[in-house]
Design a protein around this ligand. Structure first.
Ligand code: KIV
Length: 266
């Protein structure tokens, strides 16, 4: 079976084929997602909330992501494995970031690392990518900045904010980012940023016109005991197994029936 790479995802963008992504944190779910046709599996620092029960992603440490990455890596034969760089593992600068990124790849088995933030992160993205570490950037609602943002709220609604996000996206692409996650932004902004970049965008609450979609596994299976965000959908509704729910998600992403208007922001 041919492994998905960043090149595969770029080719999919060019061909107009949507990229189906989910988070996972363990071996069994990773293997199920791989079988069901998920293209990219992310060990997100959302593990702090859905696996550890915290109120935010801030308590997650690099060692936690490494551990969950090792478990997930053993379950994947095809999907690309992306690992989140936890809060305070990269904000102090490129030299600190490369140590954490190295652990995620060398010990965890990650193929790409993800970090949050705009232009301020461009130097770090350049430093990592010039040294052979593929980077996925993350803009919009960046959960590690929840206290600065004043909560989990939609970003980019004001004209100035939308312009800044478009600028940040271009700068991060120029710095070498190979992928961009766009979280909780108006659908029109998700579409405009996607059209302006040659790297694939992966939306989560960014409308149907991004190059791919990602959800937190526990949200889309209806397992998380707290309320799920508007941008998620429970794919267990109408499915008789977890594998059927994941396959329904893959089909809906590829056919662009997910996200619907009810999962998107104006
Ligand atoms: O932490 C996470 O799981 C994420 C994705 C949902 C994009 O950042």
């Amino acid at each position: 079976m041919k492994r998905v790479t960043l090149t595969t995802l770029r080719d999919m963008k060019q061909a107009g084929e949507k990229i189906a992504c989910l988070t996972a944190y363990d071996y069994s779910f990773a293997a199920l997602l791989d079988r069901a046709g998920i293209d990219l599996v992310m060990v997100g620092d959302s593990l702090g909330m859905v696996m550890q029960g915290h109120d935010s992603t801030l308590p997650v440490k690099t060692a936690h992501v490494v551990y969950h990455c090792q478990c997930v890596a053993r379950g994947l034969a095809r999907a690309l494995l992306v690992a989140d760089m936890p809060f305070m593992s990269y904000q102090q600068g490129p030299e600190r970031a490369i140590v954490a990124a190295g652990r995620l790849m060398q010990d965890g088995g990650a193929q790409v690392v993800k970090l949050e933030g705009g232009e301020a992160m461009a130097e770090t993205v350049r430093f990592l990518t010039e040294r052979g570490i593929p980077v996925c950037a993350h803009l919009g609602l960046t959960p590690q900045s929840v206290h600065q943002l004043g909560g989990y709220r939609v970003q980019g609604r004001e004209a100035g904010d939308a312009d800044r996000l478009q600028h940040d996206a271009r700068v991060l692409e120029q710095a070498g980012a190979g992928l961009l996650v766009l979280e909780a932004v108006p659908a029109s902004l998700g579409k405009a940023i996607t059209a302006s970049l040659s790297i694939p965008t992966i939306g989560i609450g960014a409308g149907v016109n991004t190059d791919g979609q990602i959800l937190v596994l526990q949200d889309m299976l209806g397992l998380y005991p707290r309320p799920s965000p508007k941008f998620s959908r429970n794919f267990m509704t109408g499915s008789d197994s977890i594998e059927a729910a994941v396959k329904a998600y893959v089909t809906a992403v590829k056919a662009q029936t997910f996200p619907g208007p009810e999962n998107s922001y104006g």
